[in-house]
Design a protein. Sequence first.
Length: 168
Amino acid sequence: FNATDPQGASLLSAFGITITFLFRPLGAWVFGKIGDRYGRKIVLWITSAIMAIACMVIAGLPTYAQIGVTASIVMTLCRIAQSISSVGEITSCDLYFMETTRPPIQYPLSGITDIFGALGGTAALGVASLVTLHGFNWRWAFIVGCFIGVLGLYIRKALLETTDFSNM
């Protein structure tokens, strides 16, 4: 955002973060519909692709000084895409574990998706701390995120669709 108005930049940054959470219910609804109609595997693949693409765009995004408000808009849209895909990812992963395993292992596997989802948010706060306190270049976090997303795409190609979905 515009560095000449720090208060306005802070408010717009807070808005940019908040709006991403407002889109999560939309992501749950959209990916829930896709998962119920086409399967869990495709949802996991789509959400990984969205996350990888958004990370790649953010990592290479020019600054506000270079392209103006377009940088802010693109960043916010990418963060919205990440928010939508993350809720679809966590829910679909949870359902995938529930449908591919049986009790008693099913319960801890289902719970672990929520734990790692919370750990991801905690890791993001850690990166934000590194950026603000130690001058860490925030773009590296998105470069790493892009590689993780591509790795997720590769790994998820080998997933089989759940038996419960296939029998439906």
